[in-house]
Design a protein around this ligand. Structure first.
Ligand SMILES: Nc1ncnc2c1ncn2[C@@H]1O[C@H](COP(=O)(O)OP(=O)(O)OP(=O)(O)O)[C@@H](O)[C@H]1O
Length: 148
């Protein structure tokens, strides 16, 4: 399936496969194929992103490995959408929290201490967002549920 991109009035058509993209228009593509770990088509949801690349990371995190998930990209590229999401398409923040706290709830013979911080680097400034967003409230609600 070919995907359409319009930027600065220019239309570009892209072929998208599991881990690569290349321009459909032979005359403008100069043979480049861009290869990534994974490429998500525009109809993919945050849940698709989570299932393919994030859930396995959280699984290994729960086994003691370090893991990092971060969104990086130009303005309006979808970082906030991917990390925070919305009611109909919850973001990675919500999906990872669900998995993390479900794991804790399933381990009846173990005690966990979970500390959470939530920062954004924007225009080279670090913003602590935990107390300023609904997502922070979500985390605190989970903490209360687990403590009960
Ligand atoms: N995968 C997606 N599906 C549907 N809408 C999306 C998707 N990604 C981004 N959008 C929409 O595109 C717009 C810009 O996305 P978003 O605010 O997430 O970008 P951003 O990278 O966080 O931008 P900024 O750096 O300016 O904060 C928003 O209206 C968002 O809802």
């Amino acid at each position: 399936m070919i995907h359409r991109e319009v930027a600065d009035g220019l239309e570009r058509l892209w072929n998208v496969r599991v881990n690569c993209i290349w321009e459909a228009d032979e005359s403008s593509r100069h043979g480049e194929v861009y290869i990534f770990d994974h490429v998500f088509k525009q109809e993919c949801t945050n849940s698709d992103v989570y299932g393919s690349v994030v859930k396995p990371l959280v699984d290994s995190f729960m086994e003691g490995f370090n893991a990092t998930i971060f969104a990086y990209g130009q303005t309006s590229s979808g970082k906030t959408h991917t990390i925070l999401g919305n009611k109909t398409d919850p973001g990675l923040f919500q999906l990872v929290s669900n998995q993390l706290f479900q794991h804790v709830a399933d381990q009846v013979d173990k005690r966990y201490l979970i500390r959470c911080s939530y920062i954004e680097i924007y225009n080279e400034k670090i913003n602590d967002l935990l107390d300023k967003s609904n997502q922070g409230l979500t985390i605190r609600r989970y903490q209360r549920k687990c403590a009960a």
